[in-house]
Ligand binder design. Structure first.
Ligand SMILES: Nc1nc2c(ncn2[C@@H]2O[C@H](COP(=O)(O)OP(=O)(O)OP(=O)(O)O)[C@@H](O)[C@H]2O)c(=O)[nH]1
Ligand SMILES: [Mg+2]
Length: 404
């Protein structure tokens, strides 16, 4: 992070072609740098030091005034620009867009002593944060993939600190209640991470069970091949969709079966590994075909996974098996499979609802206090492990979370 006493620059607009770009110069030397490169003229002069003009007066920027003029690099006029002092010692130079124009201006500013801020520091220079929670929300907002994530993060940015304040205020008189409140905020952190960063859902199951058909249906286009021949999907295929405002990356994998085909065996292994790292797995079995012993073994092995859903596909065809027809040893405590037909659309709404429920979005509120970064979760977990003690604990948590 840059020292705040240092004069620095930041490009507030994306690094690509565009009509305009905004370069911000911040710090004690910002105005003197501007004086050396900017001439507030209607027309370009030969150089900033030519003629008998006195140096530019700071008064020109008082009251948030916007000044039109020319940016000079020695004798050369780089661009015509508008400049304003958006905060004390913070000047926004609005140039014409274009990567090379911006590069040229930055080079000039750099030679005069302003160091370029990039990455997260650049974001918080343009969108200042008053505490660590605001900073984390700001950074997450710039990467938000859906409107729902924006609603959630904007709310946390505005309210989470004051909610923590209320919990800290209640803690001395009722530490148990304060700790319970923090635990509730903690419980929501996993869905929060999925909402803000995205969740990965893999579709796995025996060959020919309809995985790719379901994948295409959820993605809303033909993104992967479907055919009546078992073993169609080889490489795993991924596509990112938005499901109820949750950014969701779907993975279609090669169907599992015994095969002597070396390439197919590698596809099955590779797909299995990708699926093992997914946040949630959809296990898909063809309800219109008899279950082979391998399929039963797969069903059993899937049982241990914490986040999965069982699906019985091709529900528009005659049902050959269902949960009741599995023998009791196999069936055990299986969640009942969700019957779907990707051809008729039956069961797909239920599948989406159950999927969102499994991810923790049943009764979810975007506008409720939630810890939404790994740092926040670690801080709270570490300090909560002591159990409900005096209110000092909660005050310490609030301090650690906000950095105030
Ligand atoms: N009747 C009916 N047929 C379906 C349904 N879903 C898929 N199928 C058919 O089942 C066959 C296999 O579908 P795929 O989606 O390719 O199956 P897969 O599981 O991806 O197969 P592999 O990639 O080989 O593992 C195709 O002929 C599909 O048209 C369904 O809901 N109803
Ligand atoms: Mg397939």
């Amino acid at each position: 992070m840059k020292a705040t006493g240092e004069t620095r620059s930041v490009v507030a607009t994306p690094p690509s072609a565009g009509a305009i770009a905004v370069i911000r110069v911040i710090g004690p030397e910002a105005f003197s740098i501007l004086q050396r490169i900017f001439r507030p003229d209607a027309r370009p002069s030969r150089s900033p030091s030519d003629g008998a003009k006195p140096p530019m007066d700071r008064e020109r920027f008082t009251g948030g005034r916007i000044r039109y003029g020319h940016l000079h690099c020695g004798d050369e006029v780089i661009d015509d620009v508008v400049v304003t002092e958006s905060r004390p010692n913070t000047f926004d130079i609005c140039t014409h867009g274009g990567v090379r124009i911006v590069e040229r201006v930055l080079q000039q500013i750099d030679e005069l002593g302003a160091r370029l801020c990039e990455g997260e520091d650049a974001i918080t220079e343009v969108w200042p944060a008053h505490n660590l929670i605001e900073r984390e929300a700001t950074l997450a907002l710039t990467k938000a993939k859906t409107q729902r994530a924006v609603t959630f993060l904007a709310w946390q940015r505005q309210h989470l600190e004051s909610d923590l304040e209320s919990v800290a205020a209640m803690a001395p008189s009722d530490p148990t209640k304060a700790h319970d409140q923090l635990r509730r905020m903690l419980q929501r952190s996993t869905p929060a991470r999925w909402l803000t960063q995205g969740v990965t859902v893999a579709i796995v199951g025996p060959a020919n069970s309809g995985k790719s058909t379901l994948f295409n249906h959820l993605v809303g286009r033909t993104a992967t091949l479907v055919s009546p021949h078992a073993g169609t999907t080889r490489d795993w295929v991924s596509a990112t969709i938005e499901m109820d405002g949750i950014p969701l990356t779907l993975l279609d994998t090669a169907g599992r079966r015994d095969t002597s085909d070396h390439l197919e065996a590698r596809s099955i292994d590779g797909g299995g590994q990708v699926a093992a790292n997914a946040d949630l797995t959809l296990w898909l079995w063809d309800g219109s075909a008899p279950l082979a012993q391998d399929d039963r073994d797969l069903l059993t092995s899937g049982r241990g996974r914490s986040t999965h859903l069982y699906i019985r596909s091709k529900a528009d065809l005659d049902e050959i098996w269902n949960r009741r027809s599995l023998n009791s040893a196999d069936a055990g405590d299986f969640d009942p499979p969700i019957a779907i037909s990707a051809h008729t659309g039956d069961g797909l709404d239920r599948l989406k609802n159950e999927l969102l429920g499994k991810l923790g979005f049943d009764g979810w509120k975007d506008r409720a206090p939630t810890f939404f970064t790994e740092r926040q979760v670690t801080v709270v977990q570490r300090l909560l492990t002591g159990g409900p003690t005096a209110g000092d604990d909660v005050v310490a948590i609030k301090r650690a979370l906000t950095g105030l």
